[in-house]
Ligand binder design. Structure first.
Ligand SMILES: NC(=O)c1ccc[n+]([C@@H]2O[C@H](COP(=O)([O-])OP(=O)(O)OC[C@H]3O[C@@H](n4cnc5c(N)ncnc54)[C@H](OP(=O)(O)O)[C@@H]3O)[C@@H](O)[C@H]2O)c1
Length: 302
């Protein structure tokens, strides 16, 4: 780290969830000269990772130190949350969090940190269309697309340096809209492809699945317009553009369902249902698909 002796070192980042996204974020942060330590209750003192980028460069090695929460000597001031959403509560349990905590949330879905952070914490939401697959210790960066950070009115001081090392990263003053667009795409594509065990492109080809997709998108638009009358609605064409661009892909929920892992449905369609309930609004297509995904993959029940 090249820190001047006259400046205090910035607080290190602690990473919850050193999986595909967490490892890539750690890679960019380390390249931007920021320290990243993995938080894990058990396991080795370091994680040796291999990152395989799609641009043909040789596989890149990354070693991340690991610390158990019980061994921390001071409250955490900078935290990256990149575990799958159903594990968030468990991962945060008992962590000593400083009052001036800054959090980078790198998760699909919404609401996983609601009510779980100190009141004065700064939450930076990350929306990304980058795709990473694989399993520890090998992570394959399928596509480095666009990522946006936002939440606070202005970007933090370290953002400009990080953006030089994180391809496609930009600050967004409208991060909520980006989250909502991504949420609708996830809420349509993920459960349908998981339930029917099909690649994303099937939503374009199969008239019955296309009709279900249209109903899910329309109900989500109705809700979001109730939450914000300025919401443009008419999300189906954007969702179908994502389907077209990722036609051959397996959605993350389908992949989770195939390996019997817990799905993120509660943070995606479940978030829409919780918002709708507060407004007394019914979203029957979302109710049906959440029930169907949970019935098919009962391990995903929470
Ligand atoms: N991968 C992508 O391309 C992509 C793109 C956009 C958004 N996202 C979002 O990013 C988030 C992470 O996805 P991912 O693909 O990186 O998942 P992943 O590869 O499965 O990684 C999740 C990590 O969380 C860890 N974890 C599980 N339980 C934990 C606990 N109790 N405490 C601490 N860590 C725990 C797992 O650790 P173990 O290995 O020890 O089980 C794993 O390393 C998800 O919300 C996903 O929707 C992913």
């Amino acid at each position: 780290m090249s820190t001047s002796p006259f400046q205090p070192s910035p607080a290190p980042w602690f990473l919850l969830g050193a999986g595909n996204m967490g490892t890539l974020a750690a890679w960019y942060l380390r390249n931007a000269d920021q320290a990243v330590t993995v938080l894990r209750r058990q396991g080795p003192a370091r994680l040796d990772k291999t990152l395989c980028f799609a641009d043909g460069r040789p596989a890149q090695a990354l070693t991340l130190p690991v610390i158990a929460p019980a061994a921390l000597r001071a409250p955490i001031r900078r935290l990256i949350v990149a575990c799958k959403t159903p594990y968030t509560d468990d991962a945060l349990a008992g962590l000593p969090l400083a009052g001036d905590l800054t959090v980078l949330r790198l998760q699909n879905g919404l609401g996983s940190l609601e009510g779980r952070l100190p009141r004065a914490a700064t939450l930076i939401e990350v929306v990304t269309t980058t795709a990473v697959k694989g399993q520890h210790p090998r992570h394959e960066i399928v596509a480095e697309n666009h990522s946006w950070m936002g939440g606070p009115a202005t970007p933090p001081a370290w953002f400009a340096t990080l953006a030089r090392h994180w391809p496609g990263l930009a600050w967004s003053d409208a991060i909520r809209d980006r989250q909502w667009h991504k949420l609708i795409a996830n809420a349509v594509i993920n459960p349908l492809t998981a339930l029917h065990d099909v690649a994303n492109g099937r939503l374009l080809e199969d008239p019955a699945l296309h009709a279900e997709a249209a109903a899910l998108a329309a109900e989500a638009d109705t809700l979001l317009r109730r939450l914000d009358p300025h919401w443009p609605g008419d999300s189906l064409p954007q969702v179908m553009a994502v389907v077209r661009a990722t036609a051959g892909n397996t959605s993350s929920m389908r992949a989770d369902a195939q390996r019997g892992a817990v799905t993120e449905i509660d943070a995606i369609n479940g978030w829409l249902l919780r918002q709708a309930a507060t407004l007394g609004l019914a979203l029957p297509s979302h109710e049906r698909i959440v029930a169907a995904v949970r019935a098919r993959h009962p391990i995903g029940k929470q």
